[in-house]
Design a binder for this molecule. Structure first.
Ligand SMILES: C[S@@+](CC[C@H](N)C(=O)[O-])C[C@H]1O[C@@H](n2cnc3c(N)ncnc32)[C@H](O)[C@@H]1O
Length: 374
């Protein structure tokens, strides 16, 4: 069986692992290390479409060969690379690209080894073309685990994620509430899984952070906000983002109340919402109570009337920047009360991750199943 290896980006590894699992739901994933995940046998087309929407996956190595550089024999590894080249029916021009993640592997020159593999490829009938090759081999050395992996490269080693041009401060309509596109993209994938004909729902879209990512990756999307200024601004941002995108999707950006989604969302989308991404406001009301718990609970009640059976919710909430998973401290309100509110609303928390914002603020990215209701 030709195994595939996913190589994850380093900006938030646990979140990237969760995104990979969401985008390849039918695969048995097996962690070789925190950033190297074996993903079984996959078609090239599936790997390309997964990469094109992902935020946390750097690349895939198809038909991967790997070794533990600290314990295994490099000569044996080169023999497996040689037979991997031999069994491929491909002939043509090829380049070997190399990448080091998480520092160096002691005693290994990844660059020299890439040169050796290039020489091996030539002896198998390939020609080398570094600028415009027909095929690329990826050689990745993980300094954290000492694992060295080599396979057909799907994607590239460019570390500037495709979301960079849509950074919040570059957009025509910016507010401090605007989400980082890298996180927004990952949240959409976590909630919705592989791209399908259903729609992503962003019921409190603000400046359109989630919607922009959903639409530019080719997902159908419904974005709602109760504030007219936000709707005008979100539309402006989406049109701007689409200027540099060839994605085709159906989307609607509209005024509405997240607590009454049934009336706002066109009936053709009822039952056809693949996932919900929610970034609610957090203000105390005039009595100092936490009205946002009620707002979230009412929004969950209302989304349950329009989502599909498999839909998940990703909710982003501000927390104090403590890495502890046991003692989560919300910026506004009590964690245990929050968990109880979620479960009373029909949302079952199935995962949560932290994302650092600055010294005094982090975000909790929370994944929940939401049982639809008639
Ligand atoms: C934190 S902001 C969302 C920021 C957004 N993720 C972005 O990238 O810009 C919350 C938004 O929820 C909207 N909102 C608050 N209550 C709402 C409700 N009941 N229905 C719809 N939108 C609501 C606010 O107008 C605000 O734009």
């Amino acid at each position: 069986m030709a195994q595939t290896l996913a190589c994850l980006r380093g900006w938030n590894i646990p979140l990237a692992q969760a995104e990979l699992a969401a985008l390849l739901p039918d695969s048995n994933l097996d962690n070789l290390s925190s950033r190297f995940i074996l993903a079984g046998e996959q078609s090239i087309a599936k790997l390309q479409s997964t990469l094109s929407c992902s935020s946390g996956i750097q690349c895939f190595l198809h038909d991967v060969q790997y070794m533990d550089f600290a314990n295994d024999d490099i000569d044996e590894f080169m023999k497996t690379v040689s037979s991997f080249l031999e069994r491929m029916p491909k002939r043509g021009s090829l380049a070997v690209r190399y990448l080091r993640i998480a520092g160096r592997i002691d005693g290994l020159s990844t660059q020299s080894l890439a040169g050796e593999i290039g020489g091996l490829a030539v002896s198998h009938g390939y020609s080398v073309d570094l600028s415009n090759p027909e095929y690329e081999i990826g050689l990745i050395a993980d300094g954290d685990s000492n694992i060295l992996a080599c396979g057909w490269l799907i994607g590239d080693f460019d570390d500037s994620i495709g979301t960079a041009p849509r950074r919040a401060t570059e957009r025509p309509f910016f507010r401090p509430i605007s989400l980082d596109p890298r996180l927004a993209r990952l949240a959409v994938n976590l909630a919705c899984g592989p791209i399908d004909e259903y729609a992503v729902l962003d019921p409190m879209t603000g400046t359109g952070g989630f919607a922009m990512e959903a639409i530019t990756m080719g997902r159908n999307c419904i974005a709602i906000d109760m504030d007219n200024e936000m709707i005008t601004g979100a539309k402006q941002n989406i049109e701007w983002a689409l200027e540099n995108s060839s994605a085709e999707s159906e989307y609607q950006i509209m005024i509405g109340d997240a607590c009454n989604l049934e009336d706002s969302i066109p009936t053709k989308w009822h039952g056809k919402i693949s996932g919900v991404v929610l970034d609610p406001p957090y203000e105390r009301n005039s009595h100092g109570t936490h009205a946002h718990f009620e707002l979230i609970s009412n929004t969950i009640d209302s989304m349950r009337k329009v989502v599909s059976d498999e839909a998940k919710l990703v909710l982003i909430i501000p927390i104090k920047p403590d890495e502890s998973d046991i003692d989560i401290q919300l910026m506004h309100g009590d964690w245990n009360e929050f968990v109880s509110m979620m479960s009373h609303s029909g949302a079952k928390i199935i995962g949560h991750w932290h994302e650092h914002v600055h010294a005094s603020l982090a975000r909790l990215i929370l994944l929940a199943t939401i049982a639809p209701q008639d």
